[in-house]
Ligand binder design. Structure first.
Ligand code: AMP
Length: 280
């Protein structure tokens, strides 16, 4: 069933008011479109948990620190709507730009601490853009539940912190990373990879797995990280922003896995920035 595509806030509110009055739970799945099976796994989780499901598609200019990246970001709305048909979601919220950022818009939601490191350090302003738009998506949709991927683990923690700090009445669910059969984490940006780059891209995940294996044998994380970076650069990756072992709870750097930790990586391949992370 094709879900109605709503572009004006008044129309969205009219729809959700009825649901709220009858006590129905509302799940929201925020996306920037170019939907793949990773996004669809969030939709499936939302359908399982909530009476009503809203999928949002908004390529949020405020979270792009690089204008070229914003310009090249894939936009495939019709295909996205088709992919959602089998889930019978209740609405697609695809706000017009002025519904999100009307003239005079002047508010920024900024989460401290968690955003100092990794993508926060390498993409200035990115998480302010994320926290601002997600706050708006939560209030616009009146959702009781929100679904985010562990693929963007730092984002998941930032959104959880923001929702807790602002007393937003919403439960933030984290869902596992969906991968292609060769291990590459699904990402809308994978569409931008050339055929050759696509064959090399799974190396990032392979290196994370290699480091995890080394750690389990008691090898030092710094040595494992340096070797992995060298191999990636020899393979054809052009720049490695980070390969870090960090605590799962607060993203502080750790040297072993005595408490729950994750390996995080961000690296450029053929001009495309890939990120990934795994639990260790
Ligand atoms: P995006 O459209 O890239 O902003 O992503 C929208 C949501 O989908 C975010 O919560 C992402 O973490 C999630 N997501 C993206 N890729 C994957 C994946 N491979 N597996 C699971 N969730 C994902």
């Amino acid at each position: 069933m094709t879900a109605p595509i709503l572009r004006k806030l008044d129309d969205l509110r009219e729809m959700t008011n009825g649901w709220r009055m009858s006590g129905e739970s509302i799940g929201v799945v925020p996306t920037m479109g170019a939907l793949h099976d990773g996004h669809l796994s969030l939709v499936a989780a939302a359908k399982k948990t909530c009476n009503r499901v809203i999928v949002t598609i908004f390529v949020n200019p405020k979270q792009f620190n690089n204008p070229e990246d914003l310009k090249n970001y894939p936009r495939t709305e019709e295909e996205d709507a088709r992919k959602l048909e089998r889930f019978t979601v209740d609405a697609l919220w695809v706000p017009d730009g002025d519904q999100m950022y009307p003239d005079g818009f002047a508010t920024t939601v900024s989460v401290a601490g968690l955003t100092d490191v990794m993508d926060g350090a390498y993409r200035p302003g990115h998480f302010d853009g994320v926290a601002t738009v997600v706050t708006k998506l939560f209030t616009q949709t009146s959702a009781s539940d929100a679904f985010f991927g562990e693929k963007d683990f730092q984002q998941l923690l930032v959104v959880r912190r923001m929702a807790a700090d602002l007393d937003l009445p919403i439960t933030v669910h984290g869902c596992p990373t969906i991968r292609d059969i060769d291990g590459l984490a699904l990402s809308s940006r994978n569409l931008l990879l050339s055929d050759r780059a696509r064959t090399l891209a799974p190396r990032l995940f392979e290196e994370l797995e290699g480091i995890a294996e080394g750690l389990s044998k008691g090898e030092a994380v710094t040595t494992l990280q340096e070797k992995a970076k060298d191999r990636l650069l020899k393979t054809g990756f052009t720049e490695i922003d980070y390969i870090d072992l960090r605590a799962q709870s607060d993203l502080s750097l750790v040297e072993d896995t005595s408490k729950p930790a994750r390996l995080f990586a961000a690296a450029y391949l053929a001009g495309v920035r890939l990120i990934d992370n795994i639990a260790v």
